[in-house]
Every structure is written in C-alpha cells, then in structure tokens.
Design a protein around this ligand. Structure first.
Ligand code: NI
Length: 386
C-alpha cells in the first residue's frame, strides 16, 4: 500500500464551509455541481460525466496499475430547514440548510479526488468519484444507477460514508449485512357513516376504528414478526372531523414502515392490509389502502467491509471502530447501489467537545470539523487499498 497522503485540512474546511453556506435542495444542486466540476478539472481530473440524473457528476480516475473499479460516492442535497446557527459559514439561503452533513461528504470526496489525482500512478485500478443528487427522499442514487453510473467503466464495488452525530469524532461505525433500514409509506382511508355525536348508533364511526387500528398495528409488529427482526410501524398523521359533536364520514391515516430484512419488508403490505380488511369488516367500515415503496435496506458486504476495517485501523487506530455498530432505523438511498454491487456504507463520528452532538436534521446541526480529516483518511485509504 502506498504511503498515506498529505492531509489538505485547509481545503477540506474551505470546501465544507462553501457548501454549507450555499445549500441547494434535491435535484436543484446546479451551483454545487458547477463548483465541484470546476474544482475537479483544476485538480487534473477531466474524464467527467455531468448532468447524470440532472445534477450528478461521475469523475473517472484511471490508476497506473491494474485493479478493480471502485466507486466512491457523496450525496449533494440540503434540506428545507432554516438554519439557526450563528456561524461565519451559516447558510446564505433562507429555508435551505445542510443539516445532514452532505456538505462534509462532498468536501471529503472532492479533496480526496484531487489528492488521489496527484498520485494517479500509485493507484491500482480505476476510481469513480460519484457526486449524487437528491438523497433526501427522491432516490437520486437510483436515478444515477438507471442512467448508467455503474457502467462505462464497469464498477466492481461501491463505498460511501455518512457523518454521524451519534458517534464521537475519532470513531467509525461499521456493520456487516443490513445496517440502515428500509423506508416505505402507506395511506389508509377509512370510510364509515357520519352523523350526530350524541347518536352513535345511527353512524359508523371511523374515528373509533382508526384509534383501534393504531394499537392493532403494534400487535402486528410484536406478535407476527420475530423479535430478532426489527420493524417499526409508525402512524405519523391522522386527519378527520370538524367539531365536537359530529361523527365524520372518514379518516385518513399516513404511516411509515421500516425493516432490515428483505422478506419481512416485502410481506408488510399484505400483513397490514389483512388486518385492516378483517377489522373493517367487523366494524362495518370500507377502506382504501395504498402502499408506497421507498428506499430498501442498506446492506453491506463483509468482504468490502474488511477493507473499511483495515483502513479504519490505520486512520483512527485499533479498537476505535464500533463494529458491529447498532442498526440505524433511518434509510439511505445508497441502498440502491448496494443492491447492484457489493460495497460498504459506514459512519464517521462528528461529536466533538463543543460541536457536533445535535441530531441530524436539526436547525442547529453542525459538525466538529476534525471529522473531515478522518473522512478524508478513510476515502483515500479505501481508494489506495487496491
Ligand atoms: Ni444524509
């Protein structure tokens, strides 16, 4: 393995603060992409495909020795949040904020690409630096795969990291197999018969039915699914009714379902609908049920994870990895790339003594920038591992 690269700490911080101050929402990362393209070209990387899935960039760096083709990915989008931090690099755009750390992901990958370009001859194989739009919901990774991100050159394996406020700076979270959960949604509409709140016998009350269903769903999770298979079913919205004494005609419920096991996940719509069907028949209720598939579980390959483990030992030292880290019930569209190719998704701690402990997606979210150097060490270490 070649000796490690010089750490471009000023560049990492400058990039991260630039991205932080200029956030863009999903599929609107045009200025972000233009900035990245300019910096890649200035760093001597000119085999670029731009406009992939609207704003995505694929930058190819062919090494001086033969070896596998490795894709390293960073996501580019920010969130519809108004930043409440008072820092020199705060968001200059009202209502838009990098509150998930994607600014740091881009800074790490961009600085890594430029550092690796200067050491091209030592690289065994080909590197593809993937800057991906729209992670926060619209599945930009899936769109990039559909537009050929894993071909030409044919990608053998994929890696990505996420900065994570639940871990201290200096720690890396690694897990074989399923790490992050799937995220699916459903809409359930119950239709009864409205009437006077004082004469329920002349109505069919959908609110009572909805209240029962909220708890029945939890017994589905606890009684039909094995305790070893984590599943979360949460009802996030219930809408119905107008006033105190009117039984409404209908109720609309919105829910999210998360799972780690593919078979458990795929059986959830049938299980939920069966319960709704039986219960609604008993309650004289009609219903409509719509299930919306979202991100699949993010599943890591044990072989590529061994590369992450070896690099982590060098970057943060032996014993500094949470391995296996606890499962995370967020979801992540890197899952789509990991369905197509073996690879690893791991987390890098950002919690420092002063900054970086607040949850991701908070309007006060920030990172301890010492985490950038660790992310850089991990990405370049993986790239040079061969
Ligand atoms: Ni994120």
């Amino acid at each position: 393995m070649p000796t490690s690269l010089m750490l471009p700490i000023d560049e990492l911080v400058r990039y991260r603060r630039h991205f932080h101050a200029h956030p863009e929402l999903s599929y609107q990362e045009f200025e972000t992409a233009a900035y990245i393209e300019r910096e890649l070209r200035a760093g001597g990387i000119d085999e670029l495909r731009t406009g992939i899935a609207k704003t995505g960039i694929l930058a190819t760096l062919r090494g001086g020795r033969s070896g596998p083709t490795t894709l390293l990915r960073a996501d580019m989008d920010a969130l519809p949040i108004s930043e409440l931090n008072d820092v020199p690099y705060r968001s200059t755009r009202q209502g838009v904020m990098h509150a998930c750390g994607h600014d740091g992901h881009m800074a790490i990958l961009l600085a890594s690409a430029r550092a690796l370009a200067a050491r091209r001859s030592e690289i065994a194989g080909t590197l593809v630096f993937c800057f991906q739009p729209a992670e926060e919901g619209p599945a930009g990774a899936k769109a990039m795969v559909q537009e050929g991100a894993l071909e030409d050159p044919h990608v053998d394996r994929v890696f990505a990291l996420h900065l994570f406020s639940g871990l201290d700076v200096g720690r890396i979270g690694i897990r074989d197999g399923a790490f992050f959960a799937s995220s699916d949604r459903f809409i359930l509409r119950l239709r009864g018969k409205g009437g006077h709140g004082g004469m329920p016998e002349r109505s069919v009350d959908p609110i009572v039915a909805a209240a029962h269903l909220v708890t029945i769903f939890q017994s589905l999770v606890s009684r039909e699914i094995a305790p070893k298979d984590p599943v979360v079913l949460s009802i996030g919205k219930i809408e119905s009714g107008t006033t105190y004494n009117v039984i409404p005609d209908s109720v609309e419920m919105l829910g999210t379902v998360r799972a780690l096991d593919a078979a458990v996940r795929s059986a959830m719509p049938e299980r939920i609908e069966r319960m709704v069907q039986g219960f609604c028949a008993a309650m004289r209720m009609e219903f409509e049920f719509e299930y919306l598939w979202g991100y699949p579980p993010t599943v890591n390959d044990a072989v590529t994870n061994d590369i992450v483990r070896a690099v982590a030992r060098q970057v943060v030292g032996a014993g500094q990895a949470d391995d296996p880290h606890d499962i995370v019930m967020w979801s992540e569209d890197m899952a789509y790339m990991l369905e197509e190719r073996p690879g690893s998704y791991f987390i890098v701690g950002t919690r420092g003594p002063q900054l970086g402990a607040l949850p991701q997606h908070s309007a006060h979210y920030d990172i301890d920038e010492a985490a950038l150097a660790i992310g850089f060490g991990m990405m370049t270490g993986i790239a040079l591992h061969g």
